[in-house]
Design a protein around this ligand. Structure first.
Ligand code: PGA
Length: 224
């Protein structure tokens, strides 16, 4: 199984999201080998749009049992007097996955290891599987994590992806949980993805810029 996780970050309008939804849906429906690969558990696609568009994209889950919608973050608080927060409880049933610990959240919003441990706890308590991002071996991976996304900061949004051998070398420095799923993220696009696909140890990809159009995202998926 290979996991392809689209992270739109803070991009797109409501109209863009509707268009992305239609294009993606049409592309999947007209590609029977892609549908076979999804339905036979060779591929999983997880789409993480901004919160306002979760509902817009939710119907895409009907296309295959291995297409899911995910959240890009979750609150470190449970429901209560926390104006503006989106809690795990609110999106339970709407998303199956959450991206936690992305380096952009750590550096722009001061998310600490303690906050991320709490987000992880709340996410798991609502049966939302965290995809936990680490920049290097310094970032603590909380209890209960299965999906770990290694995202070197120098590779995010720069076009300077880290090559597969280097990724595997760095992987050995991380204290990964037993039976974890190891994901790489950082400038993965239809050209750079092939290098990683030969390595079974790299089990998926977190894809930012190249997920903004369904065609480039699906070009990556189809390489697998
Ligand atoms: P990128 O982003 O693919 O644009 O490098 C990856 C990420 O930040 O998840």
């Amino acid at each position: 199984m290979k996991y392809f996780i689209a992270n739109w970050k803070a991009n797109k309008t409501y109209d863009d999201a509707l268009r992305w939804n239609d294009e993606f849906s049409n592309a999947i429906q007209s590609d029977s080998s892609l549908i076979d690969a999804l339905n036979s558990d060779r591929l999983t696609i997880i789409i993480c749009p901004p919160f306002p568009f979760l509902h817009t994209l939710k119907p895409l889950e009907q296309l295959s049992k291995n297409i899911f919608i995910g959240a890009q973050s979750l609150s470190d608080k449970a429901n209560g007097a926390f104006t503006g927060e989106v809690t795990a409880e609110m999106v339970q049933g709407l998303v199956q996955y959450s991206i936690l610990g992305h380096s952009e959240r750590r550096s722009n919003y001061g998310e600490t290891n303690e906050m991320l441990a709490e987000k992880t706890r709340l996410s798991l308590a609502k049966s939302i599987t965290p995809v936990f991002c680490v920049r290097d071996a310094q970032d603590t991976i909380p209890q209960g994590i299965t999906f770990v996304a290694f995202e070197p900061v120098s590779a995010i949004g720069t076009g300077n992806n880290m090559n597969a051998n280097e990724v595997l070398q760095k992987k050995r420095s991380l204290s990964l949980p037993q039976n974890s799923v190891f994901i790489y993220g950082g400038s993965v696009n239809p050209d750079t993805v092939s290098d990683y696909l030969h390595h079974d140890e790299i089990q998926g990809f977190l894809i930012g810029s190249a997920s903004l159009t369904p065609s480039s995202f699906l070009d990556i998926v189809k390489k697998a």
